[in-house]
Design a protein around this ligand. Structure first.
Ligand code: OGA
Ligand code: NI
Length: 328
């Protein structure tokens, strides 16, 4: 069993073509996951992003911890993330959309009142590469959003209004090492490692675009089985998040996925989480509601949902919040 591979060469910049809309609809309904090729993100930029990512994780651990995230700044380095209340064997750097790249990260126009501000490693060209990559992911995500909108029977532009300058998208640099990064003393005083490199979960936001290296290990749940997401050079893996499942009124699935433990080679991956403004309220789209298909969710607010979820990733506060809490 393999995930669909969708060629976006004909996607264009205006109305998404019907064959692509139909293929995306089928893939989103069946798997909630697919891969895209000919997506328009420049291969040179992707190569620079990989180089910068590897250069960052190769820095001394103390240098990485100097830009750690904290309870008040959600952006930065982290080496003890929890998913489903077990510790993942990975280290990450989260970098969010920069609305005004020419201004400082702590300028009020870049500083996000809830999330905080980006922290950059001291590496030549790192910031400009990542800012360019964030912009490329934003543009591709908006085109995919139009396609999803159309595939749910709305005007293609319908969902765009939620993604203006203060959208809360971010890229996460993921490194899955072979051994625990925490010293034995640190490991003993925190949540134990689980049995997965990354525990099963669905992504909370609208869409995720993921680049992975050639190691493999990402798996998606389908019909009570786990399908391997085969690495395809240059392709993005696209998956829908909980928010899209709500908009789609369960026509599309935010599939569970996980990363199997590494045994021989470390792995790198780069998810871009495409998320709207925190003020966004979301509920099943009008086009998905009929007498036979009443709304399956009440209205959620993205800021509140995200805050609850982020607290759960940061430390074990009990039950992780899920969209199922909002089912009607
Ligand atoms: C994630 C995720 C998958 C991967 O970070 O949410 O699902 O391949 N990552 O690293
Ligand atoms: Ni994920």
């Amino acid at each position: 069993m393999q995930l669909p591979i969708i060629d976006l060469a004909d996607l264009g910049t205006t109305q998404p073509p019907k064959p692509i809309v139909d293929t995306v609809r089928d893939a989103a309904a069946e798997f909630g996951f697919f891969q895209i090729i000919n997506h328009g993100v420049a291969p040179d930029l992707v190569a620079q992003v990989w180089d910068s990512t590897k250069a960052f994780f190769a820095l001394p651990h103390d240098d990485k911890r100097n830009i750690s995230r904290s309870k008040t700044n959600t952006r930065g380095y982290y080496d003890r993330e929890l998913t489903k209340n077990a510790r993942d064997l990975k280290e990450v750097l989260d970098l969010a959309h920069v609305p005004f790249p020419e201004l400082d990260d702590t300028d009020p126009r870049n500083f996000h009142r809830v999330d905080g501000f980006n922290q950059w490693p001291d590496l030549d060209g790192f910031r400009s590469t990542m800012v360019a990559y964030l912009q490329a992911c934003e543009q591709l995500s908006l085109r995919l959003l139009d396609t999803f909108s159309a595939s749910l029977g709305q005007d293609p532009q319908y969902l765009r209004s939620f993604f203006d300058q203060d959208h809360t998208s971010f890229v996460r640099l993921n490194h899955y090492p072979l051994d625990d990064l925490l010293s034995p003393g640190e490991a003993i005083s925190t949540t134990p490692l689980g049995d997965m490199a990354l525990h099963h979960h669905s992504d909370a936001g609208a869409l995720t675009l993921l680049l992975q290296d050639d190691v493999g290990g990402l798996q998606v749940e389908h019909d009570q089985d786990w399908i391997d997401v085969e690495p395809i050079p240059g392709a993005f893996v696209v998956n829908i998040g909980d928010m899209m499942q709500v908009w789609a009124n369960n026509r599309f699935r935010a599939a569970l996925h996980r990363v199997a433990p590494r045994t021989d080679r470390e792995r790198y991956s780069l998810p871009y989480f495409f998320n709207p403004s925190y003020g966004t309220d979301y509920a099943p789209l009008p086009s998905t509601i009929s007498p036979d298909t009443p709304p399956q969710y009440r209205t959620l607010n993205w800021g509140e949902f995200r805050q609850a979820r982020a607290d759960g990733d940061f430390a074990d506060y009990g039950t992780e919040i899920q969209i199922a809490h909002f089912s009607v």
